[in-house]
Design a protein. Structure first.
Lengths: 387, 85
């Protein structure tokens, strides 16, 4: 500790020749000037003292009739003497320290993981509405409330967690899956998922409530999990296969004349450089007030996202133009749309046949397809309130 | 009242009130002296200083005054003798 204090205050080593070192020591003791590392010799006397005390020793050297010379200067006052008057350096160090403290306490990069169908922009936009964005102080955020609010705002998410590591915030999400199958241990019935005529019924657990040839509607009981016994109903998880003839009717209407509004992006983007939360435009022309679409590309270094990004802004223009179609074109468009819809309607079954009806009425082409299918229509339904 | 008598009457340690020199020698390497008035001689092999109780001479090798202030003087080195003159 004394060495540290000595360095901070600064020390000098002097060499005094001639005179009487005893008198010097006595006078210094009277004046309460500490001297240490004293070394007497025949020719000279050396000692060390604090730099500030050396000036006070000068009259004492005269009293002791000694000629003195400084031989060494050590410590902070001499090390930083060259920076005297250069206030900018000290101010710069203070500002840099403050900036370092400020920047290191905030979030500058947000990584989103676990999203498959939901876009990262949508998640970031939602988080931003709750105050979590680049440049925020995440320590002040109420994480539990944030999670609840974000999950309510994004109904496709089943779970969300945000963890901060330094300046990087990692947001982990899990999207909702389809309803998980009911546990085999839980009693359940099998009901019809859509209307149809039972073609084939195979029961592996439970009791059949319908038979081949029966017509059922969506929601009708097919196989019950309540098995009657001598002492009452025994509840089980119904299982089986129910194949039925079903019909699906898909209709698509396409007008021959209509006005279509399309959103067109400008061909040349406006570039801007984003550092932390500051945006530096790289263009000179003032952008218009039209709605912009922005694409942000974060720069990375060895796979790590940096708080530096390049933004491309496009001006969006809504362009309206009339469209005129021939009957053939309208029919083809309708069939194309129907083909896309058909894939989501039929549940893993064979299409036995389809009929198509095309009508033109009041300038609109209507294409209707009737699909005759053979498909599995059983769907599980929990038995609630069983004893 | 005599300082010594006062010390005895109050049961204080010797030298508390009388300002007599108090010398503490640790081994042969370090000596702490309280009550030094004036340094008379300072050399590598001999240090003499004046106290209330008289002049004290220290002889030895490599004697150095490590610290000297109005209350205490610390001397290090290899002591051969401590004498009152």
């Amino acid at each position: 500790m004394s060495k540290v204090i000595g360095w901070i205050k600064g020390t000098v080593t002097f060499r005094a020749e001639g005179g009487f070192c005893e008198r010097l020591l006595d006078e210094a003791t009277k004046e309460n000037i500490p001297l240490w590392d004293t070394v007497p010799s025949d020719t000279a006397f050396t000692a060390r003292c604090f730099a500030a005390d050396y000036r006070r020793l000068r009259p004492l050297f005269r009293k002791a009739q000694m000629r003195v010379r400084l031989s060494k200067r050590q410590g902070a006052p001499f090390a930083f003497a060259g920076f005297r008057g250069r206030w900018g350096l000290a101010v710069g160090m203070i500002v840099a320290f403050y900036l370092f403290e400020l920047l290191s306490s905030r979030v500058w990069v947000i990584n989103v993981t676990g999203n498959e169908t939901l876009s990262e922009e949508a998640i970031l936009r939602t988080l931003s509405s709750y105050g979590v964005a680049v440049g925020c102080d995440f320590n002040e955020a109420d994480v539990a409330a944030l999670r609840l609010s974000a999950l309510q705002a994004l109904p496709d998410l089943a779970w969300l967690a945000a963890n901060q590591d330094g300046c990087v915030l990692t947001v982990q999400v899990r999207e909702k899956n389809e309803s998980p199958p009911i546990s085999p241990a839980y009693p359940a019935d099998l009901v019809a998922a859509c209307d149809g005529v039972i073609e084939q019924l195979t029961v592996t657990a439970g009791v059949a409530a319908v038979k081949s040839g029966d017509t059922v509607k969506a929601g009708d009981l097919l196989i019950t999990g309540a098995v009657p016994t001598a002492v009452g109903d025994r509840f089980t998880h119904a299982a089986g296969t129910v194949i039925a003839h079903t019909e699906h009717v898909l209709t698509e209407r396409v007008p021959l004349y209509e006005t279509v509004t399309e959103t067109v992006l400008s061909s040349s983007p406006l570039l801007s450089f984003q550092v932390f939360s500051l945006s530096v435009p790289l263009y000179t022309d003032r952008p218009s007030l039209l709605v912009k679409k922005t694409q942000t590309q974060n720069l990375t270094l060895f796979g790590t996202k940096l708080p530096v990004s390049l933004c491309r802004s496009y001006e969006e223009k809504a362009v309206t133009h009339p469209v005129a179609r021939t009957e053939k074109q309208a029919e083809d468009l309708a069939r194309l749309r129907l083909a896309l819809r058909k894939a989501g309607v039929v549940r893993a079954a064979g299409i036995l046949g389809e009929t198509e009806q095309v009508t033109l009425d009041g300038g609109t082409v209507t294409v209707q397809k009737k699909l005759s299918c053979l498909e599995e229509i059983a769907a599980e339904r929990k038995i609630e309130n069983f004893p | 009242m005599n300082a010594k008598r006062a010390e005895q009457a109050l049961g204080l340690p010797d030298g508390t009130l009388s300002r007599e020199v108090r010398i503490e020698l640790i081994g042969r390497r370090k000596l702490t002296a309280e009550g030094c008035r004036r340094l008379l001689e300072y050399e590598d092999g001999c240090i003499r200083f004046e106290t209330v109780s008289g002049t004290v001479r220290l002889t030895g090798d490599g004697l150095r005054i490590d610290r000297s202030d109005p209350t205490v003087t610390v001397i290090t080195g290899r002591f051969l003798a401590v004498e009152f003159l």
